[in-house]
Design a protein around this ligand. Structure first.
Ligand SMILES: NC(=O)c1ccc[n+]([C@@H]2O[C@H](COP(=O)([O-])OP(=O)(O)OC[C@H]3O[C@@H](n4cnc5c(N)ncnc54)[C@H](OP(=O)(O)O)[C@@H]3O)[C@@H](O)[C@H]2O)c1
Length: 211
């Protein structure tokens, strides 16, 4: 598959490494322009482009930028596409977003509102960037890690689950995007290596009020 990535930081670089190792083509992007990514393209063999070019390139498009920049994500090129939303909300970094502070929306619902014609899958949120390359294991390995996803689109979840299987992770479906709070920062599932059984329990332990 072709994987477009909006972002070129820690998460983007880790996803680039594992996706290319699994045989996918990758295009990364940032706000400063593809010419600023020559060291990444040179060391990995991935492509670089603008965010719009990466969005147009990808069969799957990963968004991995500071959440505060979500409105800069191109809309037209993402119509009908599966968008994996790795973003998390950190008010100290992103500034306060009142709907998130009031628990009226999850951060991925905010992105879904910006991209109403895309299929958003909340993914890569609850694993530290450094673990993406380190923790993948073959199917059936006793220490295989599970990662949570959430989406309103069942077909998109199936495709993303296959992608994660290839990268060496089991998937636990946390439900629709509105349930994404269950693996946001400061929850028991956040960036803790867990198998599927333990991850399911960690997701179920969180309520909207406690998240
Ligand atoms: N790091 C982790 O372990 C981790 C784990 C789970 C989830 N997350 C979440 O994933 C997201 C990315 O994290 P990260 O650690 O990869 O961040 P990072 O290392 O700070 O990288 C952010 C990237 O986004 C780019 N960017 C910023 N504004 C942009 C825009 N408007 N358009 C396109 N690209 C833009 C930046 O490049 P330019 O400044 O050059 O544009 C940079 O390449 C965050 O929301 C974070 O909370 C991170």
């Amino acid at each position: 598959m072709k994987i477009g990535i909006i972002g070129a930081g820690f998460i983007a670089r880790a996803v680039t490494a594992v996706a290319m190792k699994s045989g996918h083509q990758v295009m990364v992007s940032n706000s400063r322009g593809p010419e600023t990514l020559f060291s990444l393209t040179g060391s990995t063999g991935c492509k670089a482009g603008t965010p719009a070019e990466a969005a147009a390139f990808g069969d799957l498009v990963v968004v991995a930028i500071p959440l505060k920049a979500y409105q800069a994500i191109p809309e037209a090129e993402l119509v009908g596409k599966i968008v994996l939303d790795a973003n998390n909300y950190y008010p100290d970094r992103d500034g306060h977003i009142s709907e998130l502070d009031r628990n009226e929306l999850t951060s991925s619902e905010l992105l879904a509102r910006h991209l109403p014609k895309s299929n958003i899958v909340k993914a890569f949120n609850a694993i530290a960037a450094g673990d993406i390359e380190k923790d993948g294991r073959p199917a059936g390995a006793p220490d295989r890690r599970a990662l949570p996803i959430a989406s309103d689109d069942a077909a998109a979840k199936r495709i993303v689950s296959v992608f994660f299987e290839e990268l060496g992770f089991d998937i636990v479906d946390a439900g629709p995007l509105k349930e994404g709070y269950r693996f946001q920062p400061d929850t028991p599932a956040y960036c803790v290596p867990l198998d599927g059984f333990a991850l399911r329990a960690a997701l179920n332990a969180v309520s909207r009020e406690s998240a």
